[in-house]
Design a protein around this ligand. Structure first.
Ligand SMILES: Cc1cc2nc3c(=O)[nH]c(=O)nc-3n(C[C@H](O)[C@H](O)[C@H](O)COP(=O)(O)OP(=O)(O)OC[C@H]3O[C@@H](n4cnc5c(N)ncnc54)[C@H](O)[C@@H]3O)c2cc1C
Length: 383
């Protein structure tokens, strides 16, 4: 291949796909390399929510929640065939979070993102609004809305649009080695193809530091913790269209969400792991999720009710807090060492913020891109 690309992206998860779409739509020459198929890793193992992240307010993450709520509104418009608004019920537990705290949180959640087309939150009487689902002691609750998304399709739609814009997408090809020059990178794939690109973006999700160390051969300035989150899928636990946001004694949240036509999706957990490869649910996580459901629901479940499970890995930037308190925000690490061709490493992020993240990637690379670069466009064109 003789062409020099403007940008080569390692990783075809939602972040890589979003960047490929955005950059190619601004007439940049883009190549993306994915070692499996696009959207086959973390981006299809999520809880499948486009959400502001109500619980991040407790950690004072107002920037992240505001951006996520704004993005929720945009994604609702540009990906309307693959999203669905869902009402979430938080059963009130006086010993956990007081009513006033939840009400302040929901007030902010309604307001922080600006104008929203989703219904506002409200207090409800659980026994009359959704009778015979939760145990009697859960009488008062709060209802708010978020979106459910087909996460894997969201990746695919971004990739399809990137291709329409001229991006070259390689699947089942691994970036195995790179050589850094003053003005460009030479990037080697596992089939010995060499590709040249002016800018390299490492969007390999939980593999980020592995790719950085073993393939790009630079030591990361950021320490990450790999934290596994698992889900179980059961036959649907109830007939309603509502989801539940369940507060656990450990202060964590577990969601029970209607999934496809006949199922309930229940998750997630937080277990530190050593490697990003092949995450699988363990016995402790199964027990934790089953116990949570059984604490709240009249219908009791056991491991026999589990139809399927899946797990994904969060690459959380180490800040020595409990995993549930570590930020879900994204961080860029731009490396231009000795004025060589630039490398941008992308840490963290959420499905919800992928579009804005992609815009911010282009913004942060502007000094290295043509001065007549087209302006941002992805917020108003349907996927
Ligand atoms: C359990 C869990 C639940 C979540 N729930 C939500 C949610 O409900 N809502 C939300 O907004 N966010 C959620 N998130 C966060 C969201 O899923 C992630 O932020 C997002 O999917 C990360 O996308 P990514 O592109 O960074 O990583 P990935 O999707 O993992 O993509 C990285 C890709 O890089 C590829 N790769 C690695 N090395 C190489 C190489 N050498 N060559 C080529 N390719 C390579 C991998 O194969 C992979 O496909 C959740 C995360 C987890 C773990």
């Amino acid at each position: 291949m003789t062409d020099i690309f403007d940008i080569l992206i390692i990783g075809g998860g939602i972040n890589g796909a979003g960047i490929a779409r955005d950059a190619s739509g601004r007439n940049l020459k883009v190549c993306l390399v994915e070692k499996n198929t696009v959207g086959s890793a973390t981006s299809s193992w999520s809880t499948k929510l486009i959400h502001g992240g109500l619980r991040y307010l407790e950690n004072y993450e107002f920037r992240l929640v505001r951006e996520s709520l704004k993005e929720r509104e945009i994604i609702k418009k540009i990906a309307k065939d693959i999203i669905k608004p869902i009402p979430f019920i938080i059963p009130h537990i006086p010993t956990q979070r007081p009513k006033w705290l939840i009400q302040i949180g929901l007030f902010l959640y309604d307001k922080l993102g600006g104008k929203t087309s989703l219904p506002k939150s409200k207090k409800i009487n659980i026994s009359s609004a959704i009778p015979n689902i939760l145990k009697n002691k859960y009488n008062t609750g709060f209802e708010y809305y978020d979106l459910q998304v087909d996460d894997k399709k969201l990746v695919q739609l971004n990739i399809d649009d990137a291709k329409r814009n001229g991006a070259i997408i390689f699947e089942n090809k691994t970036v195995t080695d790179v050589l850094r020059n003053k003005d460009f990178w030479s990037i080697k794939l596992n089939d010995n193809t060499i590709i040249q690109s002016k800018i390299l973006i490492n969007a390999s999700g939980p593999w980020i530091n592995e790719v950085l160390k073993k393939t790009i051969k630079i030591n990361s300035k950021k320490v990450i913790r790999l934290v596994k989150g698992s889900h179980i899928i059961t036959k649907k636990l109830y007939e309603h269209n509502k989801a539940f946001t369940l507060q656990n004694p450990d202060k964590r949240i577990v969601f029970v969400i209607p999934y496809k036509k006949n199922y309930s999706l229940i998750g997630t957990t937080e277990t530190e792991v050593e490697t990003p490869d092949n995450p699988e649910i363990d016995k402790g996580e199964i027990e934790y999720l089953i116990n949570t459901v059984n604490n709240f629901f009249i219908k009791q479940i056991s491991s026999d009710d589990i139809i399927d499970t899946f797990s994904g890995i969060r690459p959380l930037i180490e800040d020595f807090k409990e995993a549930s308190k570590v930020t879900r925000d994204y961080v860029f690490d731009l490396n231009t060492s000795h004025n060589n061709a630039p490398l941008l490493n992308i840490y963290g992020g959420k499905l919800t913020t992928y579009r804005k993240l992609s815009e911010n990637v282009i913004e942060s690379l502007k000094p290295f891109l043509p001065s007549n670069l087209l302006t941002s466009w992805t917020g108003s064109k349907e996927l």
